[in-house]
Design a protein around this ligand. Structure first.
Ligand code: ADP
Ligand code: MG
Length: 369
């Protein structure tokens, strides 16, 4: 049996790592029903969770069809992580009207909560249907995807609403930027960090061939950004300092319509699961809506521990100011976003950010320093 050793290893790891969702959802009897190709594909999805048994999720999809093809495995993964039934169906919907908690005028204005202008960002993950997902891409796939996107960006550049420039990390690319220019974009929260530093992305093959095929498109006003070649083929986002969340949400909604209408950009979708993303945590909407907010009282000990304890029951995640796995800011600034992405609509996510921030601010205000 080709996977005998791996199956023994999985069984041992499973016993020692009850938090590892992929290992806990792995059923050797189901695995045995797959043909050789299916077995090798499913093992590839699980590699990061085997190499990093301390993972919470422990798997990534590596082909756009993996969630549907390996439904008996992924249904369990999704049910465990997202706390939904195994036969859950996702529905995408950007319509704010009628969403519970939306103010009567439809405007999600954090000034109404007594907050100043803050940095607001909404991003969605998207993958092209006709490329392998990042975990299974060859270097040629990565640069071919970048070329496909550069042709698409020519159309955005010509559009006054989105016009800007593409910056590539690929050696020899005509739009290549220097190390210093790259670092300046990272510091401005525009470009993503070196993925090789992430052991999960590395074990999954997602960080491979760095920096080939990596880059980002930035509009002239720097408020509309597309990452190429991170955890998903594309991360499409709008970012702006202000108080009205609708500004970034609405701009992204319209921008997505424009991008998905460009020839050659067909996004991977699942009838049952919605938007297909590498990581099952992002499946469905692929959306994370965040605010950078200073919580000096809740972070008075210099860590995000207390903020996290208070945010979790509110359905909010806390990250550092440089993104996931980075420290909080010197003034106690953290990144707050609703945790849910699957079996929730896009409109519900942005409203959940507004509702969550109201509750979190109340906790901060009442908290002793
Ligand atoms: P994601 O996984 O959603 O892309 P990360 O946690 O990896 O987000 O962060 C990516 C980058 O986006 C980081 O530079 C982070 O500081 C930045 N970022 C996230 N939210 C905001 C925000 N509301 N304002 C400014 N920058 C943000
Ligand atoms: Mg990320």
């Amino acid at each position: 049996m080709p996977y005998e050793d791996t199956l023994v290893r999985i069984a041992a790891l499973k016993a020692d790592h009850p938090q590892n969702i992929a290992l806990q959802s792995f059923d050797p009897a189901y695995f045995a029903t797959l043909n050789a190709d299916g077995q090798s594909r499913l093992m590839k999805c699980l590699n990061s969770g085997i190499e990093n048994p301390d993972s919470e999720m422990g798997c990534y999809a590596c082909q756009p069809g993996d969630y549907d093809k390996f439904r008996p495995f992924f249904a369990k993964v999704l049910a465990r992580y997202h706390k939904v039934p195994e036969d859950a169906r996702h529905t995408n919907d950007w319509t704010l009207e009628g969403v519970d908690g939306l103010p009567a005028n439809g405007v999600l204005d954090i000034a109404e909560l007594g907050l100043p202008a803050l940095s607001m960002r909404v991003r969605v993950g998207r993958n092209l249907a006709d490329f392998p997902l990042p975990g299974s891409m060859t270097r040629d796939d990565r640069t071919a995807l970048e070329r496909r996107m550069m042709a698409a960006f020519d159309q955005l550049i010509a559009d006054p609403d989105y016009g800007g420039a593409y910056h590539s990390l690929t050696p020899g690319n005509p739009n290549a930027i220097s190390e210093d220019e790259y670092q300046a974009l990272v510091d401005a929260h525009i470009m993503f960090k070196d993925m090789g530093a992430d052991s999960y992305l590395t074990a999954a093959g997602i960080a491979a061939d760095w920096p080939h095929g990596r880059g980002c498109y930035v509009s002239e006003d720097r408020g509309f950004i597309i990452w190429v070649g991170e955890e998903d083929h594309l991360r499409i986002m709008c970012m702006e300092r202000g108080t009205v969340l609708n500004r970034v949400f609405d701009r992204l909604k319209v921008a997505l319509g424009v991008v998905s209408g460009i020839d050659g950009l067909d996004f991977a979708m699942s009838d049952q699961y919605g938007v297909v993303t590498s990581c099952p945590t992002n499946l469905g909407t692929g959306m994370r809506a965040s605010l950078h907010i200073a919580l000096p009282k809740l972070t008075a000990d210099g860590t995000d521990k207390r903020a996290k304890d208070i945010a979790r029951p509110l359905g909010l995640s806390v990250r550092g100011v440089g993104g996931e796995h980075t420290p909080i800011g010197a003034d106690g600034t953290v990144d707050i976003s609703p945790s849910a992405r699957f079996c929730i609509t896009e409109a519900e996510i942005i409203t959940a950010l507004y509702k969550g921030i109201a509750l979190l601010k109340a906790e901060e205000d009442r908290s002793g320093a």
